[in-house]
Write a protein that binds this ligand. Structure first.
Ligand SMILES: Nc1nc2c(ncn2[C@@H]2O[C@H](COP(=O)(O)OP(=O)(O)OP(=O)(O)O)[C@@H](O)[C@H]2O)c(=O)[nH]1
Ligand SMILES: [Mg+2]
Length: 171
């Protein structure tokens, strides 16, 4: 019988406070939407496993708080990571503008990590402050793979994990 191959990757979630990082994890792992906002203290760890043919891929997620109170700690998480997933809120232009700062902070200490970005809360279409095209154009220019999600409406949640896992596996 062929032996199952296993690989594990570390993926850090970064982005401003209240952009939906913890909501993404709750949606992915528990199929739950967190209505009441509770800012993450420091960071929290969780794992998610997917299979590609006979390969078991474990994603070890570190959900880092976007609260400035913890910003001194954040580099501890992304210094040695395989992937960073940047979050912004499509209804909050400031959270998009801050992405450049988050990307620069990562690449100044880790030049090998893969970079991904998601615009969350696309259910808030009427309050949208940044278009898909504008964001895509920006991320194409800085070499970051980008797509949009909604934790509330469960749009592109499992797909986000799968996309990252397969991309890290170089498939
Ligand atoms: N409408 C809408 N609200 C969302 C969505 N995702 C998250 N939220 C709300 O946004 C708020 C913040 O969500 P969190 O997941 O706690 O944000 P966070 O990025 O982990 O915040 P920090 O831990 O402070 O860095 C909560 O009130 C959520 O209910 C979404 O897709 N749509
Ligand atoms: Mg959080």
């Amino acid at each position: 019988m062929q032996k199952e191959k296993s690989v594990a990757f570390k993926c850090v979630l970064l982005g401003d406070t209240a952009t939906g990082k913890t909501s993404f994890i709750a949606s992915l792992l528990e199929n739950k939407f967190l209505k009441d906002y509770q800012s993450t203290i420091g960071a929290s760890f969780s794992t998610y496993t997917i299979y590609y043919e006979s390969i078991k891929i474990t994603l070890n997620f570190w959900d880092a708080s976007g609260n400035p109170r913890f910003s001194a700690l954040t580099p501890l998480y992304f210094r040695q990571t395989d992937a960073c997933l940047f979050f912004f809120d499509v209804a909050n232009i400031d959270s998009f503008k801050k992405i450049k700062f988050h990307i620069d902070s990562v690449i100044s200490v880790n030049s090998t990590t893969k970079l991904y970005a998601v615009g969350n809360k696309i259910d808030l279409e009427e309050s949208r402050q940044i278009s898909f095209e504008e964001a895509k154009n920006y991320f194409d220019n800085v070499g970051v793979i980008f797509w949009e999600i909604s934790c509330k409406e469960k749009i592109m949640i499992q797909e986000t994990a799968r996309l990252i896992a397969l991309n890290l596996l170089c498939i």
